[in-house]
Design a protein around this ligand. Sequence first.
Ligand SMILES: Nc1ncnc2c1ncn2[C@@H]1O[C@H](COP(=O)(O)OP(=O)(O)OP(=O)(O)O)[C@@H](O)[C@H]1O
Ligand SMILES: [Mg+2]
Ligand SMILES: [Zn+2]
Length: 517
Amino acid sequence: MSYQALARKYRPQSFSDVIGQETVVRTLQNAIEGQRIHHAYLFAGVRGVGKTTAARILAKALNCVKGPTAEPCNECTICREITEGIDMDVREIDAATYTGVDNIRELRDITQFQPARDRNRIFIIDEAHMLSTGAWNALLKILEEPPPHVIFMFATTEINKVPQTIISRVQKELLRKITLDDLIARVRKIVDAEGIEADDRAIEIIARRGEGSVRDSLSLLDQVIAFGGRSISAADVATVLGLSDTTFFARIATLIAEGDHGGILEALDEASETGRDFKMLYRDLLSFMRNLLLVAGRANESMLAVAPEDLPAIRTAAEKFSYSELLRIANLLLRDDETVNRAEHQRLAVEIALLKAATFPRLRAVEQELAGGAAIPQVAAPRPRAAAEPKAAPARREADQAASANATIESFIERVQKARPLIGGYLGAAKSRKRDGNKLLLTFADSFTADQVSNARAALEQIAAEVFGEPMVIEVKTDSPAAGVPAAKSSSPLRDDPVVQAFQKHLGADIVESRKR
Ligand SMILES: Nc1ncnc2c1ncn2[C@@H]1O[C@H](COP(=O)(O)OP(=O)(O)OP(=O)(O)O)[C@@H](O)[C@H]1O
Ligand SMILES: [Mg+2]
Ligand SMILES: [Zn+2]
């Protein structure tokens, strides 16, 4: 028999098996017993805390042959068909792939019919925050005059993206993160049921790493079992985590930078052998790149999403790359984030995304070429703030003076760096920032960076409007290559080096210091 993921195998089938959601469970059961059943529910909470699970159990409790009942029997045909997901009257819809208004119209038509067999026609709409505005409006019309025997159950991780008009018409159930103690008990119970030996320390690390999500803990447990077999220790967990964490991602980033396609496929193959979830791997890789960028950009370390013990490794990894190289890799990976998230074949999607990223110009090769020469130019990372800068080169100082004459531009950039670190990084690289009435003029040395900023213009204008207290228009410009190398600087032999000039032209790089290697 093929291996079934533990999270699926141990999905609770009755309310009594759901952990950590006592309030929600009690509310639902009381409502059923008091015959106060709503026609729309909204289950909200972070990933893997029981939203879909609760919706399915509620559907069974309402439609069970012996129901409506506080606990489904799980034996009647209806209960069994709902568990298997084949009940005609209980439809599960993934909003992520079902966003169009036309589909909702179709849904509205269906709701006009009586249930085929069950007591209620139930629609479980998962990832509800992905629905389009048109879809919500269509749903709103249904909710305003709910047909009898139709019940909607929405599940979402992002309740703030659900329109207020909908929220006011549904019964809200907020699911909480699971406490560490509850997670430990759950993991222990499953380990025992599987007949696997595990020491307490191993269980605790697995529970802790779930960060409140049962699903995340259980998929880590899957990986550890795939790695350690029937008996697992804290060292096994650490090894698996080590594989998945800093070292592994640093290796991937290096392979991308080096354009090593074979190496990338090999690394992903190893990841697959340890039972990794590829969607999560991609998400973790992105968050790893963000951490590197923050470290390289000298951001406040409290902004990093890492455990303190991982920090030294992150710093070491960050040193292996230039800032522009990090920006480039992060940017390439971000472009495929959506695709990977939606992909049915996740491993394939991740492979393609990483190979794609690895085919882009190899900055590392240029640096190595330079290493053969006299010195290596360090690509400048954006400064956290102008005031903190020591004696700057003439061109820089000019920009700084303009900036200090208008301190709000700096507070705007700071705000962006907090809210959107990646875009903030690009913004910080602006060669000049000027305010002209309600216009913000940003000039960049290269079109790559300028494009990134342009793409985020809508979001930036919104932030600018908040900072300046009036509507702002952002204009992005690219310096001509000639202007990118100021005359005053052209005397040093290093500046005359064609490769260095290429760096300046394409990346807006600046020579900070020269080092012998
Ligand atoms: N409260 C819980 N009690 C017991 N097991 C749980 C609980 N929450 C989640 N699980 C486990 O995690 C798996 C996934 O849960 P579920 O699909 O309900 O999460 P979700 O909140 O809908 O997450 P997502 O936002 O990722 O869809 C379940 O199959 C079950 O094994
Ligand atoms: Mg779910
Ligand atoms: Zn039943």
